[in-house]
Design a protein around this ligand. Structure first.
Ligand code: GLY
Length: 413
């Protein structure tokens, strides 16, 4: 039987395992979580332990490895597995720079005329501060490296901007990830997560999804890894996807080739749409989280065939169900700052045909689930309309509880 290894431990990886589990495969997940352990054999190897993952894959004779998070991709797990003649889904280290260096990604956009807000990069705090003098507010300040979704700060005024530059460059709040910062013009508009499969030659866009990055209702509060998501976006119709294919994805594949980058895997463009224009805010080199928790339940095409077709350069088409999905994240009180773990999760965690309870940060002990992370569960509802999907998700949430559970009440509103 085909053996598959999924790397990662969040809601995205639970959704990947859930989708794979619809076919007859032996599934392993490293390291996995409480919910994943019900569907796959979890192995205690961390996602950044590349040599441990390689040894396990060889020992178990895994047929295909699917990488969930960005850290192993940016560390070069795909290059390592390819050198060992192992099949692995995801972009190589050079391609993953589109996510691991915002400085690289923004310069890539500038060089190839892909629309992105105006920006400059800095390693020197005095030069960054003097650039601020010439700018309007709010302004966006980003740590260039990987910062678990927390490295993007919107400074409302000059004082905040100067403090942010100090925090990142001088006080090194994000460590190495903040050695370079990108200062970007702020653009108001509708955020769209546009993911696509890319086999090196062909890019096929998925249906558009929307993430809700801030902690509080009304898109207020600090940025998080994502507090909820839905897809498709009703106002973002087919003609937008056709336009993005022509104005974003097709030029992008040409640009990647010119840079001698072979990109195979998922490309995720974080866009802002304003005044009938789109701007690229960032690229990610993997499924979004929580976008995966709405996209994977709507994906009609077999996931494994898509993975093999992507790796083998044979992508043809991707089919979607004609439905909506909406997910709400149940988080630990205090997230994204300090929070407690180890709280017993009670209630109905079984899910139904149109409600999925994906585990993001849980562990299972003596047949009970406990919180083990900031984002704990992603509760997804599926419906013929967005409001039906929303109702299903929120109704399911009412039957789940853990101490200090927090969720936004306005996802998809
Ligand atoms: N949803 C944001 C991310 O996956 O980075």
């Amino acid at each position: 039987m085909t053996k598959i290894l999924v790397i990662g431990s969040g809601g995205r990886e639970h959704a990947l395992v859930w989708k794979l589990n619809q076919s007859d495969y032996t599934i392993f997940c490293a390291p996995g979580n409480g919910g994943i352990s019900d569907l796959a054999q979890c192995v205690p190897i961390k996602a950044d332990d590349l040599s441990g993952l390689l040894a396990f894959t060889k020992q178990e004779k895994i047929n295909l490895t699917i990488v969930g998070p960005e850290i192993p991709l940016s560390a070069g797990i795909v290059d390592l597995f390819q050198e060992n003649n192992l099949k692995i889904f995801g972009p190589n280290k050079k391609a993953a720079q589109l996510e691991s260096s915002k400085h690289f990604a923004k310069n890539f956009c500038r060089k190839y005329g892909l629309p992105t807000p105006d920006f400059e990069s800095f390693t020197d705090s005095a030069r960054a501060k003097s650039y601020i003098e010439t700018k309007k507010f709010p302004i966006v300040i980003k740590a260039s490296g990987l910062a678990a979704g927390k490295g993007v700060i919107i400074a409302e005024n000059k004082k905040q901007a100067l403090m942010t530059i100090e925090r990142i460059i001088e006080k090194k709040e994000f460590g190495k990830a903040g050695e370079t910062i990108v200062i970007e013009d702020f653009i108001t508009g509708q955020e769209v997560s546009m993911l696509a499969f890319c086999d090196g030659n062909t890019i096929i866009p998925m249906i558009p999804a929307r993430d809700h990055k801030t902690l509080l209702d009304g898109n207020k509060g600090p940025n998080t890894g994502g507090m909820g998501s839905y897809a498709p976006i009703p106002e973002f119709k087919e003609k937008w996807i056709t336009r993005l294919q022509a104005e974003l994805f097709d030029p992008m594949i040409k640009a990647l080739k010119k840079e001698d980058i072979e990109y195979k895997g998922i490309i995720y463009a974080g866009l802002i749409v304003a005044d009938n224009n789109f701007y690229i805010l960032e690229f990610n080199c993997r499924w979004g989280d929580p976008e995966a928790e709405v996209l994977l339940p709507l994906l009609k095409t077999d996931l494994i065939s898509l993975c093999y077709d992507t790796i083998d350069g044979k992508l043809k088409q991707v089919e979607w169900k004609d439905e909506y999905a909406l997910t709400v994240i149940a988080a630990s009180g205090g997230y994204p700052d300090k929070y407690e773990t180890g709280k017993l999760i009670t209630g109905d965690l079984a899910g139904t045909d149109d409600t999925m309870i994906f585990h993001c940060g849980t562990k299972k002990e003596h047949n009970q689930y406990f919180t083990a992370g900031g984002r704990v569960l992603a509760v997804t509802g599926i419906g013929k309309t967005l409001s039906q999907a929303r109702e299903k998700s929120y109704n399911a949430l009412k039957n789940i509880n853990f101490a200090q559970m927090y969720y936004r009440t306005d996802i998809g509103k």
